[in-house]
Design a binder for this molecule. Sequence first.
Ligand code: PMP
Ligand code: GLU
Length: 399
Amino acid sequence: MFLSERIKTIKPSPTLEINATSASMRQSGVDVINFGVGEPDFDTPEHIRSEAVRAIEAGYTRYTAVGGIPELKDAIIEKFRRDNNLSYKPEQVMVSCGGKHVLYNLAQATLNPGDEVIIPTPYWVSYPPIVHLAGGRPVIIKTKEADDFKLSPDALEEAITSRTRFLILNSPSNPTGSVYSRSELEALAEVILRHDVCVVSDEIYEKIIFDGTPFFSIAQVSEEAKAKTFVVNGLSKAYAMTGWRIGYVAGDREVIAGMTKVQSQSTSNPNSIAQQAAIEALNGPQDSVLTMVRAFDRRRKYIVGRLNAIPGIHCPMPAGAFYVFPNFSHYFKETHAGTKIKGSADLCEYLLREAHVALVPGIAFGDDNFIRFSYAMGLDAIKEGIDRIEEALEKLVGP
Ligand code: PMP
Ligand code: GLU
């Protein structure tokens, strides 16, 4: 059969693949603990689900405006005003089938072959393939654990060429949980404003932030920074709505019109019922968000404590999102039953086989020394998972 050259260059999403492996192991009776996929374990709050039922019963079952219904755009505009002190017009806002789809539409609408997109490591797994699929070239910049995995203005300046179109920023970060401060973003914006480069600011974990850490968007730095920023957000994480597929973007109206064209020729519109529910999520009571964040916080402290108690592991306390990203290179080169563990993929495979614990290897995020744990699960499961990992690591034999 025929496959495009384009599709041959990319791999399936590793996070979703690990989730599928874990689900099929469970189906065949293996009790897998899944630290793999980043998905809240909570149900969508009741008032949001009820709104979807009401929408079905009221007949909101037809095609909608391509870029989202006006009432949802209004709710998004109000959210930006309330939470971020940012003001947008409806033509600057668009709704797609998840944050991932927003990023896909944005890349399709803006990139020409060879255009460069700067992506700091560790990056969310889908950024490079989305750029590739649009014919662009990801330019990967390494960041260091010692710098809290944050991009420095100097490293950004050095990576910019005449082909650079975008910098992708993700704060709070998947997989590290790092959160950029206002002054760090001001320093990055200063570099951006000196060049013909825009920013994609992926703010999907905005609400999942701890210890009173303030959330700040690079679009808030100045009117000039806002004009060059595409703020990407969505309902999957904050409202436990991964399956509903609602994400949104705000930015330059010409690009939004281009993205709307892409969407009109692909998915037509986001799901009509999910859009009605999304209005309720954004405009309705927000207390369930706080309840979920409090639960994530308890789990965060527990998992960080447990991981730091494992010999050779250092796990920083993340400020946001629901991931930890500890360095596991201490265990590379060790062997089990004569098989050498060469890197994060081998170690994750060993832990899945031996301990029935699913994890995502750091290599999927561009840094092989680390392993990502999603702790979006109950404390009992976290405890059991770490117990199993400890036991499996003890079976490894040093070089
Ligand atoms: N950005 C980041 C950093 C993510 O972790 C995710 C999670 N899948 C997304 C975007 C997209 O999420 P969704 O498509 O479910 O809105
Ligand atoms: N963002 C989540 C993750 O990183 C969900 C899966 C995906 O869309 O990649 O695990």
